[in-house]
Design a protein around this ligand. Structure first.
Ligand code: 5U1
Length: 671
């Protein structure tokens, strides 16, 4: 039996290790051990704590899972009020901010600005005593907030105890709790699958998750805390400047944004704002602006406060990503594969930097989920380059004459009876290429950039060509004459000739593009690539059976059936042949080898003559899969010197093991 002293030593070492690796993972985003290694350490910690419950402290890594639910949040008075920030909406506002500072300082001081992202989340105040987190509160009305200590403990990037030394006996750290996009999307996906209401945006998700009386619920949400200032400090302040304070917080274990910059002039602040605005949509979390702060505390003190905001800081806001507007009507559009999509026609609204007047409503389920009616006020969100979405209805503003949205029974383009497929949530027009809307969409897809890339053949022109009966399918494009095109409205001789030239150029294509351009259901670019690599020729693909198609990477029974049905239809064969007759050509494709198709190999240890990357490339070329772990399904392990647990596992499972020499000899026979 392990004696208590060594068990305690093991326990303390585990706490240190988990503290260190948690910080590497959640704060520095630079893990040094795998998730499973972390889990093993954590399980051992729990085991010891179960055996010796009195050793467990509030700072133990095990205490991030949440505690007993509360009846209500208690109220907390902030030692120093949590102020808000003045807003700037233009560069002129920023110049005026600088002028106000200079006028007040009367040229007496040198100062710099710190520029930092303004996270779109919930502000929080964290109190540390002797290096341990003792209390956390929301901003509330700025003077009093709610005690959310239990909930904040579950946020992995919040240190429960500080690293290093030199922290004041009692001090306050302020920052923002937010939900990164990945966590938000994962939450909403789960919510949809469980028939629960999704969150409208990551800010609401952070607020809703943090204000849970049951902290075990908060523990299941992926929240982050980023520190952006120091509030109350007992005794002397530990820093002379804002940037110095943040660097110190980082050393003590807090997450501090790595997007911070320190600049000399307001013009550089404007440059920072512009560069962050360009980066904004690629960040893994929402920010709604940039905060500029005078760096030196002495200068901040001289400037002081006005009403409820400091004179030494300002937030320059980005254009709003959400606005409210009116749903004026719903149009039903027919897609390339016949799916009917409801499209919201909106009273135009400026959101996310553009004027939006349309938004997709996706399908009938989405309309039911939103409970949206024509006439409703709706919340529109456009974040980055994402297509605008209706994320919520303002039910309190519903007018008395709001109308329920009724799905049509017949195709709005060709009047065929629509079919309902319960599995897909889609309502479809099955008329295929007898439906003019589907013909137009098929031609648009054929000409699009990733398909045949016909420069200049835009949406409107496709409408004109089909409506004027100059074309009825994609192959007709190559029969068009300059004079026919020139006869169309807004089309001169020159534009007509340009289109003919573009069509001529598009005929030289690749098999992959050609296949994708045919618009076979579920055959996107990646599937086209896999099919082309596997079959190499159109003839081989056209005559492939379902079983043969299933051998292709990522092709399942549904995709295989769509491909077979496509090539079974005489009208499709006719179009394909007409395209080839019109001169569409591509170069032959080298067929992927399939010698090792269906096999899974594992490489372990040092491969002395070829290295692992080269060995992996050779195996992939021969059609094998290369895995990082050994299981019963592994076909063969190639083990070099230094092979450890994978070799042992292969031997225990009876998996075939080769030396590097055996592997090289094998490759020589399959070159
Ligand atoms: N990044 C950042 N956000 N933010 C919000 N800094 C910052 N500072 C704030 C607020 C309300 O207030 C200062 C006055 C500390």
């Amino acid at each position: 039996m392990i004696d208590k002293t060594s068990l305690k030593q093991e326990y303390q070492a585990l706490c240190e290790q988990l503290h260190y690796h948690g910080h590497r993972y959640y704060v520095l985003d630079a893990p040094e051990i795998s998730d499973s290694q972390y889990d093993r350490l954590f399980q051992r910690l729990l085991e010891i704590e179960n055996q010796e419950p009195s050793w467990r402290t509030a700072e133990s890594p095990s205490q991030r899972v949440g505690g007993a639910p509360l009846d209500a949040f208690s109220s907390v008075e902030h030692r120093i009020p949590m102020l808000s920030l003045d807003n700037a909406f233009s560069n002129d506002d920023l110049l005026a901010f600088q002028k106000r500072i200079n006028d007040r300082l009367e040229g007496d001081h040198d100062y710099r600005f710190v520029c930092e992202p303004k996270f779109d989340g919930i502000a929080a105040s964290l109190i540390y005593q002797n290096g341990k987190l003792i209390q956390a509160a929301t901003r509330g009305d700025g003077r009093r907030g709610e005690d959310i200590t239990q909930n904040i403990r579950t946020v992995q990037s919040v240190p429960l105890r500080l690293s290093g030394q030199g922290f004041p006996d009692l001090f306050e750290v302020r920052g923002e709790v937010y939900m990164p996009h990945a966590g938000f999307e994962a939450f909403n996906k789960r919510a949809a699958a469980n028939n629960q209401k999704p969150f409208v945006n990551p800010r609401n998700a952070a607020a809703g998750s943090l204000r849970q009386l049951d902290s075990k619920v908060t523990a299941q949400r992926s929240l982050e805390f980023c520190a952006y200032s120091v509030g109350y400090v007992e005794g002397e302040h530990f820093a002379q400047s804002h940037s110095g304070a943040l660097s110190q917080l980082k050393c003590w274990g807090f997450l501090v944004s790595d997007l911070l910059d320190s600049v000399d002039t307001i013009e550089q602040c404007i440059e920072y704002f512009e560069s962050m605005e360009a980066k904004r949509s690629r960040l893994p979390f929402d920010i709604d602006g940039i905060v500029f702060k005078v760096d030196e505390f002495a200068v901040q003190d001289t400037l002081g406060f006005v009403s409820r905001a400091p004179r030494w800081a300002i937030a320059r806001k980005f254009p709003a990503q959400e606005e409210i507007t009116e749903l004026e009507s719903v149009e039903f559009q027919v897609g390339r594969t016949g799916a009917i999509t409801p499209v919201a026609k909106l009273k135009p609204v400026f959101v996310g930097g553009v004027t939006v007047s349309n938004a997709t409503l996706h399908n009938r389920e989405e309309i039911e989920r939103l409970s949206v009616c024509v006439g409703d006020s709706v919340v529109i969100r456009r974040a980055g380059d994402v297509i605008p979405q209706i994320v919520a209805v303002v039910e309190s503003k519903r007018p008395a004459d709001a109308q329920t949205i009724v799905f049509p029974k017949r195709c709005p383009a060709c009047d065929s009876i629509l079919s309902v497929n319960d599995d897909e949530a889609a309502i479809r027009c099955d008329a295929g290429l007898s439906c003019i809307a589907q013909v137009k969409e098929a031609i648009r897809h054929f000409a699009s950039r990733d398909a045949m890339d016909v420069d200049g053949l835009g949406e409107k022109l496709v409408d004109q060509l089909v409506d004027a009966k100059l074309i009825t399918d994609v192959a007709d494009l190559f029969k068009l004459q300059v004079h026919e095109l020139a006869s169309l409205e807004r089309m001169g001789q020159k534009s007509a000739q340009n289109l003919i030239d573009a069509l001529l150029k598009a005929k030289q294509t690749s098999f992959e593009r050609f296949l994708y351009s045919l618009g076979i259901r579920e055959v996107g670019q990646a599937t086209s690539r896999n099919l082309v690599q596997h079959f190499a020729s159109l003839t081989a693909l056209q005559s492939a059976s379902i079983e043969q198609l299933l051998e292709v990477d990522d092709v399942g029974p549904i995709v295989a059936a769509h491909i077979v049905h496509f090539f079974e239809k005489p009208e499709n064969l006719c179009t394909v042949n007409a395209l080839l007759d019109a001169g569409v050509v591509w170069q032959d494709v080298a067929q992927k080898k399939t010698d090792l198709a269906g096999q899974t190999w594992v490489l372990t240890g040092t491969l002395e003559t070829m290295g692992r990357n080269e060995a992996k490339a050779k195996l992939l070329e021969l059609g094998a899969k290369v895995s990082g772990s050994v299981s019963k399904k592994t076909t063969r392990v190639v083990a070099g010197p230094g092979a450890g647990s994978k070799l042992a596992k292969a031997e225990s499972l009876g998996v075939d093991v080769w030396t590097e020499d055996e592997f090289r000899e094998f490759l020589q026979h399959h070159a």
